[in-house]
Design a protein. Structure first.
Length: 461
């Protein structure tokens, strides 16, 4: 099995070459959900830039190639350029709706403590903020988009529907982003390490990588010139599924990693807090390809895990991991939906069984557990009661863990019918049905309104 190269980003004090990961990139989920968002959307003309990479027939602009040296400061801007939004309309006052976007690359710190260049986008809304205080900022952590660079959320803002050679990427998170912009809230979006940025493989659902990237995106937005943000602008976080795990991790990491950022509120929807349980939920489901992204990301972070993976994965599994490493969610749904990980292993064991039998793998997953620390500020944790992909039970356990630490938590079990085991609908539906309430909750928090924890009644729910 081919493994990702060890990627050591360089700093001005210790420059080293960065290696392009040779393994896969991939993704999973809500294609049908997001397709509605993209119907009728015409892509705005992109600036003429030379392609740095071609991923499944899609040219990745040179902007996404991180330099060999990065700034020392977390959140420092590496480069920026105008980002044409794929869905934009002229306003009556001449300003484009919903706003003007800037493509970003900023410096963050990866799980190994090394510097990493992360891409993303900032959108300055055209609509005025009518809440209390100066215009607020919400950092959006995207749900699963895949592992191929063409799947990056910032590229999805420019091209809500991307079709290449064997790839399809849908910007389903654009809906939440545009709803926030329509409320006059500024938005910064992170692509996460290695998603878009061409120097390494995307470390899918890595707690530290994603949490750091979310917090440093806030810092990057603050560094931009010409925005309406002020030092008093309240900060919120929004994320569902992979994004819910990222915002949950960020809220735990904030006190030590980013004490300069005070969080007014964090929305964590369907967070994959316990990857051991999530792997079992995903296996054999429509989102089975996400297992490949997880394994690829584990090896990117800890290359020594590659030997363990190689010892258990058969030729079909190695081929799947390689293939998935450049896939987006739509590709994985059609290519690997309902695959069972036992078909990828030499002895027919599931990946969950292998993890349980390999102390190093289990230790790595244990390090990814969210819930060991108290989150900063109020959190709205929502999870579909019928969710069997990112299981409802492990998300509720996260709420219980936080409440036991005297955190300010509003736990929301989202009701809904069972629309099919392992099909993904039980996971996707709450994204839509709870989105309006989640955004309203965040609007109240960045307006300075107090939150109402329901930890006291959690045992009765």
């Amino acid at each position: 099995m081919k493994r990702p190269c060890t990627t050591e980003s360089s700093s001005p004090t210790a420059p080293e070459d960065t290696a392009r990961a040779s393994l896969p990139h991939a993704r999973a989920w809500a294609v049908a959900l997001a397709a509605a968002l993209c119907v009728g959307a015409s892509a705005a003309p992109a600036a003429a830039v030379a392609p740095q990479e071609v991923s499944r027939g899609v040219e990745i602009p040179e902007f996404y190639d991180p330099p060999s040296e990065l700034p020392d400061e977390n959140g420092a801007l590496v480069r920026t350029e105008p980002l044409p939004l794929g869905i934009s309309f002229p306003g009556l006052d001449g300003k484009p709706l919903p706003g003007e976007a800037t493509r970003l690359m900023y410096k963050s710190t990866d799980a190994g403590g090394g510097p990493v260049g992360v891409t993303g986008a900032y959108i300055e809304p055209s609509k005025a903020w009518k809440g209390e205080g100066p215009r607020p900022l919400i950092a959006v952590a995207s749900g699963t988009m895949g592992q191929g660079d063409q799947c990056a959320p910032s590229l999805a803002l420019q091209h809500p529907l991307t079709i290449g050679k064997g790839t399809i990427s849908v910007g389903y998170e654009d809906l939440a982003i545009y709803r926030l912009l329509s409320a006059g809230i500024a938005v910064v979006v992170t692509d996460y390490p290695g998603l878009g940025a061409t120097d390494r493989l995307h470390t899918y659902v890595n707690r530290l990588d994603e949490g750091h990237a979310v917090l440093d995106a806030v810092r990057a937005a603050r560094h931009l010139e010409g925005t309406s943000l002020t030092p008093e602008s309240r900060i919120g976080l929004y994320g569902y599924s992979q994004g819910g795990g990222a915002t949950a991790a960020a809220s735990e990491l904030q006190p030590d990693y980013a004490p300069d950022i005070e969080l007014a509120g964090t929305y964590s929807g369907a967070p994959p807090a316990d990857l051991t349980e999530v792997m079992q939920g995903i296996d054999g489901s429509s989102l089975a390809g996400a297992l490949g992204w997880s394994i690829n990301g584990f090896v990117q972070t800890e290359p020594e895990l590659g030997e363990i993976v190689d010892a258990h994965i058969n030729d079909d599994g190695a081929e799947a991991l390689e293939d998935l490493s450049t896939m987006c969610i739509g590709d994985a749904l059609f290519g690997y939906g309902f695959s069972k990980s036992s078909s990828w292993t030499k002895d027919g064991s599931s990946l969950s069984d292998i993890v349980a039998d390999e102390p190093k793998l289990q230790s790595f997953l244990d390090e990814q557990l969210i819930g060991k620390s108290k989150p900063a500020g109020p959190v709205r944790l929502a999870t579909g009661v019928k969710d069997d992909i990112v299981p409802h039970g492990q998300a509720r356990t996260l709420a219980e863990s936080w409440c036991a630490k005297d955190a300010d938590v509003e736990y929301v079990p989202v009701p809904g019918p069972n629309i099919g085991d392992k099909l993904g609908g039980n996971h996707i539906l709450p994204l839509l049905t709870d989105q309006g309430s989640a955004i309203s909750w965040l609007k109240d928090r960045v307006s300075g309104k107090p939150s109402e924890s329901n930890c006291g009644t959690l045992p009765d729910q």
